[in-house]
Ligand binder design. Structure first.
Ligand code: GCW
Length: 648
């Protein structure tokens, strides 16, 4: 009955809406002419309800979208596939897995094979996820706003999260969200902002969270919450939040018991502590380990995890180079965290810039489980207005921080309640790519772009796929070039982080928010000297060979030059240009690349793309081009006041 209602809701909602406005993401496919028959083996009458529900989802996904005549789903608990699966086919096609969620992932993999029009010869392949935790972090607030969200308001309509209050359309939409995640193997979701409202732990909200958890569970997705470290105090139950205080500890233990009574598979807590004004153990002169361990002890009896962020700066390290502060703060705590604590660090040491070197904290915590935090929402890469495909950036990170050293990855989500979820039609590709890379970091960015294009635009035509794939693949470098090439960083306008403000400085702000603190342009040159010899010494935080490579001007990769060195304007670059000329070239190149994208889109893609979507991308590429020009002009005009050389 419940299922029929759900199906009806989904159907009504799809008919009512125009299915081509991007809401179906990469899951649209084309409906089979005749329904495919799905047989299920290995599930007896005594199978747990949860298994049945998940297998039913796998069956439905195939029945709705698979064009072969027969598929068999085999649940074989002896197959030792973990969350993975085995696919054999094509006729008949068989999906084997040792868990229900493995069957669901396998079903989506089979659909992906079909919808990417992979070769049709015989196949027999096995897949297992490379990383255990593949998590989306939402920065959604209880009032429905989304921090750094550029695609509308929060998808969690909290006022509707109560028994009987959820509309069919909301349910259908959230099911689609869950399907999208399951289709790429995302298995955990943090529902709320790391700048966490204490309210999220109140009973009223926990009941709502339970509704979401019940909805996502069948798709193999566990719910986590960001928590405010001072919650017991903020909710009026204690007078302190000191982790050594017995009442405070008991409060967290009781809260954990309350949560697990509602959600036995609750994932755990994500914590931003003593960072950008958030409370934390430091407020009581306790360490991050003491704070994290208190929460870890409360969650441990239930198998819950604490994900503790290393994104801290300011407090206690006022005069230190900001990019060094995470290591300064955490290295000494290595080995002191409980087993169910994981340290989550952003890919770079600063803050999701278009290009950063990897964060050296990944080298420094040898006895602590680590997660990498990537940002899918393009806070510093043109938000939902620029076409920037992020997989090449994430691959660059994985070259230096081997995924095998990580327990998982978290991606700061880019979804909102706008019809197509992500704002820019191409931003959907970043959500997709995040999941695919979390599942298998060995996949190439190119292959993922190609998969996404085929499934999203329902075409196998190389005249579309090759050039548009190329556009995606080069788009991140284009963005680096028109925003901040050669290792420049944080030239953004204050707060919204969209446009350029290289001259940004206000004495009343912390210096770490001022672009001039980062580029250090003067009449001698430009760049932040982070060498041990003459600068902040950040290079010493890296393992070899990177420490030496970054330290020396001659071996530092040019793409990171001004991140690590203050370089004279007349310094000779590998191209033969002076630094100033090279800077001008890069900015110009960035703009030209976007010009090429816009022209190509305009002249050659119309036949392949739904009219509404085509129009939207066309308009956005024009916006991106105007913005790229503004970046070039603003930055070069400003830097010229120091270089005193012509803009060539
Ligand atoms: O990137 C910066 C953002 C803040 C964000 C913070 C963080 C959630 O500008 O909006 O806060 O980082 O990651 O905690």
């Amino acid at each position: 009955m419940k299922r029929a209602g759900l199906l009806f809701g989904l159907l009504a909602w799809t008919l009512w809406s125009r299915a081509d406005d991007g809401r179906l993401l990469w899951l649209g496919g084309t409906a089979p002419d005749s329904p495919c028959r799905v047989k299920v083996r290995g599930i007896g009458p005594t199978a747990p309800h949860a298994t049945e529900t998940t297998v039913a989802l796998a069956r439905e996904a195939l029945a709705d979208g698979y064009r072969g005549s027969d598929v068999t789903l085999v649940l074989d608990t002896a197959a030792r596939l973990g969350d993975g699966f085995r696919l054999q086919g094509p006729r008949p096609a068989t999906v084997t897995a040792s868990s229900a969620v493995g069957l669901l992932y396998g079903a989506y993999a089979l659909l992906r094979r079909q919808n990417t029009q992979a070769e049709t010869g015989p196949y027999d392949c096995m897949e297992r996820p490379a990383l255990t935790l593949r998590m989306l972090d939402h920065w959604d607030n209880p009032d429905g706003s989304v921090e750094r969200g550029y695609a509308g308001r929060s998808i969690w309509k909290w006022e509707q999260m109560a028994a009987g209050r959820m509309s069919d359309s909301l349910r259908a939409r959230l099911c689609l969200y869950a399907q999208a995640n399951a289709s790429v193997g995302i298995n955990a979701v943090v529902l709320n902002n790391v700048n966490a409202s204490p309210k999220m732990l109140s009973r009223i909200y926990l009941d709502k969270v339970q509704v979401v958890a019940d909805l996502l569970r069948p798709y193999g997705i566990r719910v986590y919450l960001s928590v405010n470290f001072a919650s017991p105090m903020a909710l009026g139950d204690t007078r302190t939040a000191d982790p050594q205080n017995a009442r405070v500890r008991r409060w967290w233990q009781r809260k954990a018991a309350e949560i697990y009574a509602l959600m036995p598979d609750f994932g755990g807590f994500l914590v931003k502590a003593n960072s950008e004004g958030q409370p934390g153990p430091g407020d009581y002169h306790r360490t991050h380990a003491e704070g994290a361990n208190m929460l870890a002890d409360a969650l441990a009896p239930y198998g819950g995890k604490v994900v503790w962020r290393s994104f801290v700066y300011g407090a206690g390290h006022r005069h230190e180079d900001r990019v060094k502060q995470a290591v300064s703060e955490f290295a000494g705590l290595d080995g002191l965290f409980r087993d169910n604590v994981m340290l989550q660090s952003k890919n770079g040491p600063l803050d999701f810039q278009p290009r950063e070197p990897y964060a050296p904290i990944f080298d420094r915590m040898e006895r602590t489980s680590q997660l990498a935090e990537l940002q899918i929402t393009q806070e510093y890469l043109g938000q939902s207005r620029h076409l920037v495909y992020l997989a090449p950036m994430w691959k660059e990170f994985f070259e230096q921080v081997k995924p095998s050293r990580l327990k998982g990855v978290a991606g700061v989500a880019n979804v909102g309640d706008t019809a197509n979820w992500c704002g820019h039609p191409f931003s959907q590709a970043n959500w997709y790519a995040f999941g695919r890379l979390a599942w298998n970091p060995e996949l190439s960015a190119e292959a993922i772009a190609d998969e996404w294009l085929r499934q999203t635009f329902h075409t196998a035509d190389a005249r579309f796929l090759a050039p548009v794939g190329m556009m995606m693949m080069t788009s991140r470098e284009a963005c680096v070039n028109y925003m901040m090439p050669l290792g420049l960083h944080h030239l953004f306008k204050f707060d919204h982080h969209y446009g350029p403000e290289p001259g940004g400085f206000k004495a009343s702000y912390p210096r770490e928010w001022c672009p001039v603190y980062y580029h250090r342009a003067d009449s001698a040159g430009i760049g932040f000297d982070r060498t041990v010899a003459t600068g902040s010494g950040a290079t010493a935080q890296y393992r070899e060979p990177y420490a030496t490579q970054y330290e020396r001007l001659e071996t530092c990769p040019e793409q990171l030059l001004l991140w690590f060195h203050h370089v004279p304007w007349d310094y000779r670059m590998q191209s033969g240009n002076t630094l100033w000329q090279e800077l001008c070239c890069k900015y110009r190149l960035g703009v030209s690349m976007v010009e090429v994208y816009r022209d190509f889109w305009r002249s050659s893609t119309r036949p392949y793309v739904d009219a509404e979507c085509w129009q939207q991308v066309d308009g956005l590429l024009q916006v991106q081009l105007n913005d790229a020009r503004e970046w070039r002009e603003t930055c070069l005009d400003y830097f010229q006041t120091f270089s005193h050389q012509p803009i060539e």
